[in-house]
Design a protein around this ligand. Structure first.
Ligand SMILES: NC(=O)c1ccc[n+]([C@@H]2O[C@H](COP(=O)([O-])OP(=O)(O)OC[C@H]3O[C@@H](n4cnc5c(N)ncnc54)[C@H](OP(=O)(O)O)[C@@H]3O)[C@@H](O)[C@H]2O)c1
Length: 319
């Protein structure tokens, strides 16, 4: 009965992503929550950890015992988030590093600093996200949502492989979005140079790429025992949602999830044992479909072509 309801929530999308969907699905989770010290001795990095879901994810990872690094582009906001975590979790080990995930130089500097300070990295959460009002590019001429959600995470992951490979059970998670269900892969125009630019469309396209490339990155890193997942947090009351989509956010405000509820599946994916089957798209602790609309499906050659474009644009070698 609960499983049927879960499937129905998937199909209808809207209620499933709300707080009510979270509570209903929680009933049928068969695996236990991670033990209270599940991440003791492990090190985690969360991008965009200065607010919203990223801050809640970092707080929970720290509470489970992980030495947690907040990767932020604004150190002032990051320090505030760090103090809030320390207030909530006395004795937690929480560090701060500057990282603008849309900028290659900042990513390289961040990876270098982590290499100096930490021997291994066990958890990498690609959470930083943006929904721009108008088309913008990073310093290398790449469209901002592509740079933030796809190119930056690819580059950061590649630069951190030496640390992740030391873990033996490293887990990488992309915080994607169900917004991708409405968009096909932007194979012919990954930089959104054609047509009228809409931030929500750019956002959803780049989230589609995150989900589509998850199994490819997972396969690429499997030999080094680094697993890769993507997930959707649901609709979550965060500064990002309210400022990017104020009408939508305010209309469904009481139904929005808390940041902690939005962080739940990411935390579970990184902390549960044994590690969940990798290379998939998750929501509320279960693997979810990647398509509901026929026009979003793509042949493998198109995905591979886009994958190689993204690797090149991210400055990551193809093999
Ligand atoms: N809220 C939702 O309902 C929802 C739904 C689906 C998916 N998501 C995803 O969840 C993730 C977190 O979003 P949120 O809702 O928690 O929004 P948020 O509160 O705005 O958090 C996003 C964070 O990303 C950071 N960020 C943006 N661009 C960055 C960059 N270039 N380098 C480093 N950090 C950067 C922001 O930092 P600044 O403070 O410096 O701007 C902010 O701390 C995003 O990937 C979003 O797409 C959210």
């Amino acid at each position: 009965m609960i499983r049927t309801l879960d499937a129905l929530l998937d199909r209808t999308i809207v209620p499933g992503y709300t707080r009510a969907g979270y509570h209903l699905r929680k009933i049928c989770w068969t695996r236990e929550d991670p033990a209270e010290d599940a991440l003791r001795g492990r090190t985690a990095l969360v991008t965009g950890a200065g607010s919203g879901i990223g801050a809640a994810t970092a707080a929970r990872l720290a509470a489970l015992g992980a030495s947690t690094v907040l990767a932020v582009r604004d150190l002032g906001r990051g320090e505030r988030a760090r103090r809030e975590i320390l207030d909530a979790v006395p004795g937690a080990e929480v560090h701060l590093v500057r990282c603008d995930v849309a900028e290659p130089d900042s990513i390289d500097a961040c990876a270098g600093a982590l290499g100096d300070d930490f021997g291994t990295l066990d958890i990498l959460v690609h959470n930083a996200g943006v929904l721009p009002g108008e088309r913008a590019e990073n310093s290398r001429g790449h469209e901002l949502t592509l740079a933030t959600h796809v190119l930056g995470p690819l580059r950061l992951t590649a630069r951190l492989v030496p640390l992740l490979a030391g873990s033996g059970d490293a887990r990488v998670v992309f915080v994607a979005s169900g917004g991708m269900y409405a968009q096909p892969l932007p194979v012919g125009d990954p930089e959104y140079r054609r047509g009228e630019y809409r931030g929500a469309t750019a956002y959803a396209r780049s989230k589609r790429i995150q989900v589509a490339m998850t199994p490819l990155l997972d396969q690429r890193l499997a030999d080094q025992r680094i697993s890769v997942q993507s997930m959707h947090p649901g609709w979550v009351r965060t500064p990002g949602l309210i400022s990017a989509l104020p009408r939508f956010g305010n209309a469904i405000r009481p139904a929005l999830r808390t940041a902690e509820q939005g962080a739940d599946t990411t935390v579970w994916l990184t902390a549960t044992t044994p590690a969940p089957i990798s290379g998939h798209f998750w929501h509320d602790r279960r693997i979810r479909r990647e398509h509901y609309l026929p026009y979003t499906r793509y042949p493998e050659e198109e995905l591979l072509s886009l994958w190689h474009y993204c690797l090149g644009a991210a400055g990551v070698r193809a093999a």
